[in-house]
Design a protein around this ligand. Structure first.
Ligand code: PBG
Length: 332
């Protein structure tokens, strides 16, 4: 392909007016591209602001239903739920994950009762909100996270969530073989329509700090998650993770964190013809809020520009704590 040369070629011609910019725009961001993560806390009529995530709160189950209605009204197709678990309900084996009456199950059932198929509910599978040590799985005496033993528990956790009405099971634990094990169990139990969105390429990142405050595991976690979450240096390995999860029955895959990993989103999208999602994680949200608060940029513009960047990189959608705000701007 050869371009004309200046002055026949003037790339600014199509940029001169709004209507023309709209005509040549290559990617679009809509509320349907957003998934809104929400934190559930005990109680009723309760809102607990999270200090390290300004503007984000934990909500009691009744309030989660209200937030889900806000999401529907704004055109957001799916919410993602995470529980805050008090120390008293945590244990070494994370058994609360299997309690059919835990916060996640109650919130899922309440949203499904109130809204049915007007919205999807995505539930996170991993043990960190329930373990006393804050790791995503069972640990041996040396603190190493055991793979196969953990997968057995994750299968139980996923079934527990599916029974409560979860539409999309999202394993975020990074154990090997968990997608296949969960898919098999879902099929056996008759949950053939329940999707799996795997956190396929999840990195051991410094951007998860505020999330750990939000679910109550920050002070508990000793060490790091580098023996199961990926090394930020790697992208070929991300492709192998995605390939494995798709072969095991994942319906869609996720890359996480988001903005620092747009190259991974693009690589996955170029290699696999599947929906790819990105998670703009808690530390990224906090970074944008801090920048806006410091006057370094306009908040709404920063939010929309970063979300659009995910779309340009090939993402079908983005999990973002800014989802409701962004959807409202887009719909206005
Ligand atoms: C738990 C999980 C984490 C996040 C989502 N699921 C934290 C972690 O792996 O330590 C992070 C989300 C965020 O930072 O917004 N497995």
């Amino acid at each position: 392909m050869t371009n004309a040369a200046f002055p026949d070629l003037r790339l600014r011609r199509t940029r001169r007016t709004g209507w023309s910019r709209a005509m040549v725009r290559e990617t679009h961001l809509a509320p349907s591209n957003l998934i809104w993560p929400l934190f559930v806390c005990p109680g009723t009529a309760t809102e607990e602001p999270i200090a390290s995530l300004p503007g984000v709160s934990r909500w009691s189950v009744d309030r989660i239903v209200e937030r889900a209605k806000d999401a529907v009204a704004a055109g957001i197709p799916c919410i993602a739920l995470f529980p805050y678990t008090e120390a008293g309900r945590r244990s070494d084996d994370g058994a609360e994950a299997l309690n059919p009456d835990n916060l996640m199950c109650r919130a899922t059932a309440a949203v499904k009762d109130a809204l049915g198929d007007a919205i999807g509910v995505l539930t996170d599978v991993a043990l960190d909100p329930y373990t006393s040590h804050g790791q995503d799985g069972l640990v041996d005496e040396g603190g190493y996270v055991l793979n196969d033993e953990t997968v057995d528990v994750l299968v139980g956790q996923a079934l527990n969530q599916a029974r409560a009405g979860a539409d999309i099971i999202a394993p975020s634990d990074m154990m090997d073989g968990r997608v296949g094990a969960i898919r098999e169990a879902l099929e056996m139990e008759g949950f053939t329509h329940v999707q799996i969105m795997s956190y396929a390429a999840k990195y051991a990142s410094a951007f998860y700090g505020p999330f750990r405050d939000a679910v109550g595991s920050r002070g508990l976690l000793k060490g790091d998650k580098k023996t199961y979450q990926m090394d930020p240096a790697n992208v070929e390995e991300a492709l192998r993770e995605v390939e494995a999860d798709l072969a095991e029955g994942a319906d869609s895959v996720m890359v996480k964190p988001g903005l620092p990993y747009l190259d991974v989103v693009r690589a996955v999208k170029d290699h696999f013809a599947v929906p790819v999602y990105a998670y703009q994680v808690s530390g990224e949200y906090a970074m944008i809020e801090a920048a806006a608060a410091a006057g370094a940029g306009d908040r709404d513009a920063l939010v929309l520009e970063t979300l659009l960047a995910f779309r340009r990189a090939g993402a079908a959608g983005v999990l973002s704590y800014h989802a409701l705000h962004a959807a409202r701007i887009l719909g206005a």
